[in-house]
Write a protein that binds this ligand. Structure first.
Ligand SMILES: O=C(O)CCC(=O)C(=O)O
Length: 266
């Protein structure tokens, strides 16, 4: 059950934290899948700290067809139910899962960004469910600029490896404001969380996360991403992330494709 206050906050702020959504059993199954995923990365996995003596920052996505726990929990149970409740829809589509693992001592900040410009879909009504598998104290917590999903701006994405922009300029897109300026924004909310909690945010909401440089433990997260049925295939002025092929989809087509499974309320 998602409270009406949570839905109102999600619409207004573009983010809401929901407590105790996933059971210890689900967290354990996702953790096992993530360990298998790290042992057997997909073709689009990244090691952002590959040339560093610091802790690893691993990410990978769109592996749900290889690991049952990702698929099962993405398509049934608390995650899709939460996504549909926040989108206020009875059906929608699973877009993909994205794992982000910072090992202790990793010195990389996740740069301020919003997700929409990375993706090859256009969607007004959507949600990412950021599900930590480890305790997340304030010093390493996800940060979000409240209401930034309503700024009406399109930002040039940043590379996670070195924070540089994808391109210097692009028609209709603007560079992200300076990181320090965003760090100093007045309306930042920071989400301490425990395994089982979920931070839900809109694809247009600006977010960032600290490094784990002065933190003794790992920080493992799986973000499950959903769209409503109005989402359409799209292109960007750069290679999208994830770099999904169009196959039969043309810009403007609904995501009527097995890569984006339907989700429905029971
Ligand atoms: O966990 C992080 O460091 C960033 C997460 C993120 O950018 C996302 O889930 O969209």
């Amino acid at each position: 059950m998602i409270s009406s206050e949570s839905i109102v906050k999600y619409e207004r702020d573009g983010v809401v934290v929901l407590r105790d959504v996933l059971s210890p059993q689900v967290i354990s199954e996702l953790s096992d899948a993530l360990e298998q995923n790290m042992r057997s990365p997909g073709p689009w996995a990244n090691e952002y700290a590959a040339n560093s003596q610091q802790g690893r920052f691993f990410d990978d996505y769109v592996n749900w067809s290889r690991f049952d726990a990702y698929k099962t929990h993405a398509l049934s149970g608390a995650l899709p139910e939460t996504a549909l409740a926040l989108m206020q829809k009875t059906s929608g589509r699973f877009f993909h899962e994205h794992v982000l693992v910072k090992e202790a001592g990793n010195n990389q900040v996740t740069p301020w960004h919003n997700d929409e410009p990375y993706y090859g879909v256009d969607s007004q009504n959507n949600v990412s469910l950021w599900a930590p598998l480890d305790p997340i104290p304030e010093k390493i917590a996800l940060r979000v600029i409240l209401g930034s999903h309503r700024w009406g701006k399109k930002f040039i994405p940043r590379k996670f490896a070195d924070q540089s922009p994808y391109v210097a300029s692009a028609s209709e897109y603007e560079p992200l404001p300076d990181s320090q300026q965003l760090d100093d924004a007045k309306n930042i909310e920071c989400f301490e969380a425990m395994p089982g909690d979920i931070v839900a945010f809109h694809f247009r909401t600006l977010h960032s996360a600290p490094s784990t440089f002065n933190y003794p433990d790992r920080r493992r997260v799986v973000s499950f991403r959903y769209v409503d049925s109005d989402a359409v295939w799209s292109t960007r002025p750069w290679k999208t992330s994830p770099p999904l092929e169009p196959r039969s989809l043309k810009p403007g087509d609904f995501l009527n494709d097995g890569r984006f499974p339907l989700i429905k309320t029971l």
